[in-house]
Design a protein around this ligand. Structure first.
Ligand code: FES
Ligand code: FES
Length: 901
């Protein structure tokens, strides 16, 4: 026995373990794979994210970096050790109370890093908190509420409340619309108990690993899997010929091969898949697959792709989509301008960098079908694509939506789902597939890189007369959501301003880069950057205040957008500009330090709510009284971490009169829940929310009818002898309207109905069917109804105070003021969290992030190289919700997941 094979002893959460440690076993692997703990997460496996953080001998450590055989006698604490059945640790409670939890994937690691700090420093200042959490990335929250939570926990501990009763945490889940309720499943998130897809395991499961292309562009001449198939533990190796149905997938255009057919077009293309008894065996077998390639010239940018004679990425040519927006007479608009500014602006690709890498578990259902557990943005579109590739009847495939550890648009596309389902269905065993971080970066879609050429004309008083915009965008090797993204870039290019004459031409090209798809903002951030720089240049040349120029031209009720839509209500451009201007006026700018200058900038934007453009955009909801008197809300929406499920529960609670703590939400099981589309286009609050409100109204009515019937002669009657209006449902109790007397609880009603084999159910559906496909806007009269592109828009304005180093140009953002109009605010704390998280993501986009490719090969292949902002970059963020209720929104809400980014 070598030293490395010797058994070692270590203590985890107070329990002594004796382990035979393999030399390469990490502490993270031991905690997750041997002990079955799910709190420590694997977000990267190489020390860059902090999701695996635990405390070892009193210090916060990234457990993925520690070899187990070096931990002889160590004392290890994980998140599972912090709570008891009746209490939560003060940090866990404070994270819930302060709204510091969104997707929750970073949360256990973040809390453990914070605990190590508080164990040694009971009263840390913000600087100390930032240092302690510097190795822990959070992509959702923008860190603001995390800092607040750590401060709050320190205060609780100093006041002798290191453990907080669970009931106190449960009581945070309270309040209807307008209340900062904690998320429904928050306790599971802060205790590490919530199961994400990679936390699932099944007895006898196989592990799938994918061989990816070596080249960005090549013909595949042959694939020899014979040696790999004979390798230890390997059960099967599949190539394209093993895919029984459609060989390609794609939500809009099925142009991406499930497994390479005869050609690879980017370095993430799947060539073959191995299924083996262990993950290590599956990985080892990849090296034994022999692929013969013939390299082809690499197309590495849209201009090159669209040049005459360019090598074709796809047979049909490299132009995937062109969009042309026309309003008025742009030549006349420039002719009447007193001033014209012009510029070219380039934005990079960026990676979503959600903390949870892609994962999938599929298993046979015992009846010839397959069940697929996955955490995408839309189980139904994923279901359709699995069905097509496996050539199975739809009812033979069931997709079960799992909690999502962040997505931001990057989990709309199929990644592992078809391959896991294929393995489980063909081999008759469960198959688990989990991407490592580098594979996730290599494969997953990115935000489109765009080059935007802009000309803007204005009168001397600042009034805009014309905008002319040309956009070239790189969609990479496959379409993904690119055609829709480029349409958004084109249709939002002119910003939240009324421009009488508009000409926009946008071109989206295939290249051999990593495919680009949806990302928070969906084509909007690129053009907002360009448009706002034009507005600043215009203000400078006109000698105008940048706020005044924007306010003069801002869209307002009655304005006509660049696509010809007449805005009628809930137009927050001006209110958000005014809110930021007022807040900024109250800020005392710091004096510049030697060699530095202080700068202030402002930018405004707007963004569609819902798919629009005449596309089918609908959702359903089902409400059901449960035997215990609680209310179950079933919807099709996927909560990506932003709190959509809690928002749906708050809407249901508000309308029905059932307290929030008695509302449960179930989403995204294609067999059990109503159909829903993608969680995309900031649509969930508006579209699914409207379906929930419709169902809730119907359900409430039925409850009152059933209650009247159950009460029989005891039911109070109104003036005309009708029992219904004399009853009300308040706080989960049926009461008499006249005197508020409680007559029946929902639990009692449920029990009485159950005796008859009945319950109270209601169904709601909402379809945003008034939108139209884009048409050119004539200079003369036209019918505005035919130009209603979107059902609603959200608006936002953000100002930044920055410090610039005169010598290096280094920019440090000191403060951001962000005002956003989301209609009625359902949950103020959640909206603040979206703003803060979006600001931080935007800050990364502007200053530190880029996904870099050279000749089709990835340069930034780790989280660290991508430049995702850490807590050390956190500026002071002031989030200002501006409420301008939308008449068609659910209780006036619009939603706003995207705009702050
Ligand atoms: S998983 Fe350990 S730092 Fe990312
Ligand atoms: S809540 Fe931090 S990564 Fe999602």
């Amino acid at each position: 026995m070598t030293m490395s094979d010797e058994a070692i002893e270590l203590t985890v959460n107070g329990v002594l373990h004796r382990v035979q440690a393999a030399p390469d076993m990490t502490l993270l692997s031991f905690l997750r794979d041997t002990l079955g703990l799910t709190g420590p997460k694997n977000g990267c496996g190489e020390g860059h994210c902090g999701t695996c953080t635990v405390i070892v001998n009193g210090k916060a450590q990234r457990s993925c970096l520690l070899r187990l055989n070096r931990l002889r006698g160590a004392q290890v604490e994980t998140i599972e050790g912090l709570s008891t059945p009746s209490t939560l640790h003060a940090l866990q409670y404070a994270f819930l109370e302060q709204g510091a939890v969104q997707c929750g994937f970073c949360t256990p690691g973040m809390i453990m890093a914070a605990k190590a700090l508080l164990d040694s420093d009971p009263d840390p200042d913000d600087a100390a908190i930032r240092v302690a959490l510097a190795h822990n990335l959070c992509r959702c929250t923008g860190y603001v509420k995390i800092v607040a939570a750590v401060r709050r926990a320190a205060e609780l501990i100093r006041h002798g409340q290191a453990q907080v009763p669970r009931e106190r945490a449960e009581a945070l889940v309270a309040g209807g619309v307008g209340k900062s309720a904690a998320r429904l499943d928050g306790i599971e998130r802060v205790t590490g108990a919530l199961r994400y897809t990679a936390d699932l395991n099944r007895p006898g499961q196989l592990y799938g690993r994918v061989l990816r292309s070596r080249y960005p562009h090549a013909e595949v001449l042959s694939i020899d899997t014979s040696e790999a198939r004979r390798a230890p533990g390997v059960v099967a190796v599949f190539t394209a010929s093993d895919v029984p149905g459609r060989k390609h997938f794609g939500e809009l255009i099925a142009d991406q091969p499930v497994l390479a057919v005869d050609r690879v077009r980017y370095v993430g293309d799947a060539v073959a898949v191995v299924y083996a008894e262990t993950e290590a065996q599956a990985a080892a077998a990849l090296d034994l697959i022999r692929v013969e390639y013939r390299e082809l010239p690499v197309v590495d940018g849209p201009e090159a792709a669209l040049a005459p004679g360019a090598p074709k990425v796809h047979e049909k040519g490299n132009l995937l989509k062109d969009v042309h927006i026309r309003k008025g007479d742009v030549a006349a608009g420039f002719a009447e301008a007193d001033i014209i500014v012009e510029g070219t602006y380039r934005t990079p690709f960026i990676e979503h960098a959600y903390m949870e890498p892609e994962a999938c578990l599929a298993e046979p259902d015992g009846e010839g079908g397959v069940v697929v557990y996955e955490g995408s943005q839309g189980p139904w579109p994923i279901h359709e694509q699995i069905v097509a590739s496996l050539a199975l009847p739809p009812e033979k495939v069931r997709v079960v939506h799992m909690p999502v550890g962040g997505a931001f648009g990057g989990k709309e596309d199929v990644t592992l789902q078809i391959l896991a389902a294929l393995g489980a269905w063909r081999l008759g065993r469960p198959v688990k597939m989990v991407m490592g971080r580098r594979e996730s970066i290599r494969v997953s879609t990115k935000r489109h890189a765009e080059t935007v050429h802009f000309r803007t004309g204005a009168k001397r008083d600042g009034r805009l007369t014309a905008m002319e915009v040309t956009i070239h965008a790189d969609t990479g090797a496959y379409a993904s959501l690119g055609p829709s993204v480029i349409f958004r870039s084109a249709s939002f290019a002119c910003g939240p301003y009324e421009v009488p004459n508009v000409k926009v031409d946008a071109y989206l090209a295939y290249t051999n880069n990593v495919p680009c798809g949806a990302m928070r903002g969906f084509g909007n951030p690129q053009v907002t950057f360009a448009c706002e720089l034009q507005m600043d240049e215009l203000a400078r040349r006109l000698g105008m205040d940048p706020f005044a120029l924007r306010e003069l031209n801002a869209l307002r009720p009655g304005s006509v957008t660049a696509t010809g839509e007449v805005l009628t209500a809930s137009v927050g451009a001006l209110p958000t500009l005014q809110a930021v201007r007022a807040a900024l006026a109250r800020v005392e700018l710091p004096a510049p330090r030697p060699g530095k200058r202080i700068g202030v900038g402002v930018a405004a934007s707007f963004k569609n709510v819902g798919l629009g453009g005449g596309l089918k955009d609908e959702a359903e909801a089902r409400l059901q009284l449960q035997a215990d008197g609680t209310l179950l809300v079933r919807t099709g929406c996927s909560d990506l971490g932003g709190g959509a499920e809690t928002a749906m529960a708050q809407l249901a609670s508000e309308v029905t009169g059932v307290p929030l703590r008695a509302v449960r939400v179930h989403t995204g099981d294609t067999r059990l829940d109503p159909r829903g589309g993608m969680t995309t286009a900031s649509r969930e609050t508006f579209i699914t929310g409207n379906a929930v409100v419709a169902a809730a109204r119907a359900w409430r009515e039925r409850v009152l009818e059933e209650a009247a019937e159950a009460l029989g002669p005891d039911a109070p009657v109104d003036g005309v002898g009708q029992p219904g209006p004399a009853l009300d449902l308040r706080e989960g109790r049926i009461v008499a309207v006249a005197d508020g007397r409680e007559l029946l609880s929902l639990r009692e009603l449920a029990a009485r109905l159950a005796e008859q084999g009945r319950t109270v159910e209601a169904h709601g559906r909402y379809a945003a069917d008034s939108t139209r496909a884009y048409k050119d806007v004539p200079a003369g009269p036209y019918d505005p109804a035919e130009h209603r592109l979107h059902v609603a828009y959200c608006f936002g304005t953000q100002a930044a105070v920055v410090e610039v180093d005169e010598a290096t140009g280094q920019v440090d953002v000191l403060r951001v003021i962000a005002a956003h109009d989301a209609g009625t605010i359902i949950n103020p704390q959640a909206v603040e969290g979206q703003i803060e998280g979006g600001v931080m993501m935007g800050l990364g986009y502007a200053l530190s992030e880029a996904f870099v490719m050279r000749e089709g090969q990835i340069v930034t292949d780790t989280l660290r190289k991508l430049g995702v902002p850490t807590i050390e970059r956190l500026p002071e963020i002031t989030a200002i919700p501006v409420e301008d209720p939308h008449p068609e929104g659910p209780l006036g809400a619009k939603g706003m997941g995207e705009l702050p980014a």
